[in-house]
Ligand binder design. Sequence first.
Ligand code: RIB
Length: 306
Amino acid sequence: MNRVLCVGSVNMDLVISLKEKAPAGGETVFASEYRYVPGGKGANQAVAAARMGGAVTFLGRIGRDENGKALRNGLEREGIDTLLLEESDRPTGLAAIQVEPSGQNRIIVISGANMTLTAAAVTDALKHGGYDCVLVGLEVPLEAVHAACREGAARGIPVVLDAGPAMKLDLEPLRGLTILSPNESEAQAICGIPVTDAASARRAAEWMAQRCSPAFVVIKMGGKGAFVFGKGLAEMIPAYPCEPVDSTAAGDCFTAVLALEYIASGDMRAAASYACAAAALSVTRPGAQPSLPTRKEVDAWLRRGV
Ligand code: RIB
């Protein structure tokens, strides 16, 4: 079983199911319901990795509040080691998520405690851990992300960066990454190239690869699939058709499954295809962590011949 260190955010998601479209500026619209659902890109990746069979340790920060307690309990119920999930003086992260009936979502994150994670905590975890893989995302301070890349690479541990949410990102401090995985808008925010198809994805992947030399750039392209670039590969891995209900956490699911599969098999094409299947299945279910499939569920879904 692969030992995975997940370095990232943990949020309580306030999910608002809209009756129709999201409001425009100055407009009021009605929603049919709201729910509190465990989320946060880092914690979502940790749960996805655990449901795939990884032995996961989560490194992050919560507040001293009820949301923090509930999120910790949720991770523990998944069998995730939360010894490195410490409390800080800031409130637990919260994400307000509007979901349209089409499954399209809009997310506002109030980072809170997530922004108190330090580079020293990451370095310390990697010094003592003995991990097979590090998964890291961008909802925590960049110094912590840089430390994960630097310290992971120095110890020969593959580091996988989910480049969400979209932001201008200096790639130079990310040298040593094994996989850099943005979605289309994240890739555009990084390199300025609008990513719409295989040709533009290739240009964006080349641009990013030149700046930080990861073994692979894998661009998540939703219903189109994933563009895989590196080690002689430059191709679109097709998505699986599905009836979308809610795309929240589909990207987190993809990156975690990609990392686990690639670490286990060394076959990037197969890993990306399996990750596309897991992400597609997650899109058919509402919410962040509740939508993430187990390995058994993905295998059964694929056997049914989608
Ligand atoms: O990627 C989805 C996640 O983004 C949500 O769970 C929300 O918490 C935000 O971090």
